[in-house]
Write a protein that binds this ligand. Structure first.
Ligand SMILES: [Zn+2]
Length: 78
């Protein structure tokens, strides 16, 4: 299990995301962004838009995805 923060994934806060793989952490961030924006938080809106844009633009999204996977791989286990 490793931990990344919302900030490390392009978001504005220090919310901790846990996962065994980078994909799990990315999914947790996706959920965090959706959940927090749904509560009326506007500081996460641009991060949510970027996240959604990544799925629509696979090429630029892939660069971010590869970087996130590298960052995740470099982290120590919890
Ligand atoms: Zn956050």
């Amino acid at each position: 299990m490793k931990t990344m923060t919302c900030k490390q994934l392009g978001g504005p806060c220090g919310f901790a995301l846990h996962g065994n793989t980078a994909d799990e952490v990315i999914k947790a961030q996706d959920k965090h962004l959706n959940d927090i924006v749904a509560t009326g938080d506007d500081t996460h809106e641009s991060a949510l838009k970027e996240m959604k844009g990544r799925w629509r633009r696979p090429v630029s999204g892939m660069t971010w995805y590869r970087k996130t996977k590298r960052d995740f791989a470099a982290l120590p286990e919890d």
